[in-house]
Design a protein around this ligand. Structure first.
Ligand SMILES: [Zn+2]
Length: 272
């Protein structure tokens, strides 16, 4: 349903290998194979995307990726939603509807240990340039680091991850709560929402597909992200520290992340 394309166009893209689907384990499956509810991912690409970030030009191959959710499966998703509660329902729905992106730099056939960033969408930071968080600079620096890297690598942009999974509307409310004195996690809890409800399972499948069994270096300060990916069966992950965009507007936010488990030093956030 969410992956609907005109059938003639769909067939042509499939014949040209520009539309394909993978299963949960990252294995490409035949076009006519309909996987169990919401388990397959449809992928469109590669689509050449010339990026210009400030003065840096970066040519990436873009893949648009969305869960293949057939019309007949919507009922199953509805049942699943009814069996869950508030936030879990939201996370399920967000994951089913999100079109995630893979931005690929270099040739995966040559990858021995590429550089990878799994980036959670942040409208305010990534698009508007908000300094309440460091998402925008982190995304830009990830692309630059991957471009400069010998092997290259990929960014997986998770579009349903706004506000660590609570959505943009609730995130807006947490900003107001934060301005009244709560930290980023306390504000989520005040709204009755989890600290972090991001679902990384699609990222796991996409990493398996693009990396095959190659080990990789993951740009993150969040050890939980490494654990989540390891639980999906991904191996050989080396965490690479990724600190940038720190300033007066987000020092308190970063200190809360540090308390919560992010591997940041006082020097990193300038609080020493
Ligand atoms: Zn952000």
């Amino acid at each position: 349903m969410f992956t609907y394309l005109d059938p003639t166009v769909r067939k042509r893209l499939e014949e040209h290998g520009k539309l394909f689907q993978i299963d949960r384990e990252g294995v490409q499956v035949p076009a006519d194979h309909v996987p169990a509810s919401g388990t397959g991912i449809s992928v469109l690409g590669p689509i050449p995307l010339p990026l210009k970030l400030c003065d840096t030009q970066i040519a990436v191959d873009w893949y648009a990726c969305v869960r293949r959710t057939e019309l007949g499966k919507i009922e199953e998703i509805a049942d699943e939603l009814r069996a869950q509660h508030g936030q879990a329902s939201f996370a399920t729905l967000a994951s089913s509807m999100a079109v995630n992106s893979v931005l690929l730099l270099g040739d995966p056939a040559c990858w021995k240990n590429p550089l990878v960033r799994v980036h959670s969408s942040c409208m305010t930071g990534d698009v508007f340039g908000s300094q309440r968080c460091e998402c925008g600079p982190q995304l830009h620096m990830a692309l630059e680091r991957i471009q400069e890297d010998e092997q290259g690598g990929m960014v997986i942009y998770m579009s349903g991850h706004e506000g660590r999974g609570i959505g943009l509307w609730a995130k807006a409310a947490t900003y107001l709560l934060q301005d009244a004195g709560e930290n980023t996690y306390e504000a989520n809890r005040s709204l009755g929402l989890p600290d972090d409800s991001r679902d990384f399972s699609d990222a796991g499948s996409l990493l398996k597909f693009f990396l095959k069994d190659s080990p990789f270096r993951l740009l993150t300060n969040n050890p939980k992200k490494v654990n989540d990916l390891e639980h999906m069966g991904l191996q050989g992950i080396t965490r690479v520290k990724h600190v940038t965009g720190v300033g007066d507007n987000n020092r308190r936010y970063l200190a809360a992340k540090q308390d919560w488990g992010h591997e940041l030093t006082p020097e990193d956030i300038g609080t020493d």
